[in-house]
Design a protein around this ligand. Structure first.
Ligand code: FE2
Ligand code: FE2
Length: 181
């Protein structure tokens, strides 16, 4: 994937992430618009599910001499993305919403993409791109939540911190794969 398409995607993704945010009416007692927050968290949930699927695919497809470290990382990330999905689903129900686990429309709800990648290097690159997308969109969500819903914000902050670690892991792996070939 070229740098150009990546930038275009980010733009689309940011626009999509803003859609619900700009609806924002404020309800009594709760500082944020509950429905908007539920929608936003459901988009983050879809993002996490897509990340689980992509990392699982990469875990099973990675082979070759240099793949053992990558395989370990892919599996670990898949498990952590699953935990993120669970944290989000739990928060959605706390807000009185319903977590959307429907496979229908999953990709269009997700901020990140499901890219398979042919080679190990491509897989790592796709994962890095997906992490960078998640980082940007989660950061925007956190800014939106601000002081209006500190609990949801804290959940998103915890997840964001781990996505940053994931991106860092993928960047190091990418460098490793590039220097070993
Ligand atoms: Fe995640
Ligand atoms: Fe991640």
């Amino acid at each position: 994937m070229s740098e150009q398409t990546f930038l275009t995607d980010i733009k689309t993704i940011r626009e999509r992430a803003r859609q619900h945010i700009e609806d924002g009416a404020v309800t009594e007692g709760y500082g944020a618009d509950r429905e908007t927050v539920i929608n936003i968290l459901n988009e983050a949930l879809a993002t996490e599910i897509v990340c689980v699927l992509r990392y699982k695919r990469h875990y099973y497809m990675a082979d070759g001499l240099s793949s053992s470290i990558a395989k370990g990382e892919f599996l670990e990330h898949a498990q952590e993305e699953q935990q993120h999905a669970d944290q989000l689903a739990e928060r959605i129900t706390q807000l009185g919403g319903a977590p959307n686990f429907s496979p229908e429309g999953l990709l269009s709800r997700s901020h990140s993409e499901y890219a398979e990648g042919e080679t190990l290097e491509e897989m790592i690159k796709e994962d890095l791109i997906a992490e960078r997308i998640a980082i940007d969109s989660y950061r925007e969500i956190i800014t939106y939540l601000g002081d209006k819903d500190p609990t949801s914000r804290r959940v998103m902050e915890e997840i964001l911190a781990q996505e940053e670690e994931h991106a860092d892991d993928m960047a190091s792996l990418l460098e490793g794969v590039r220097t070993s070939t």
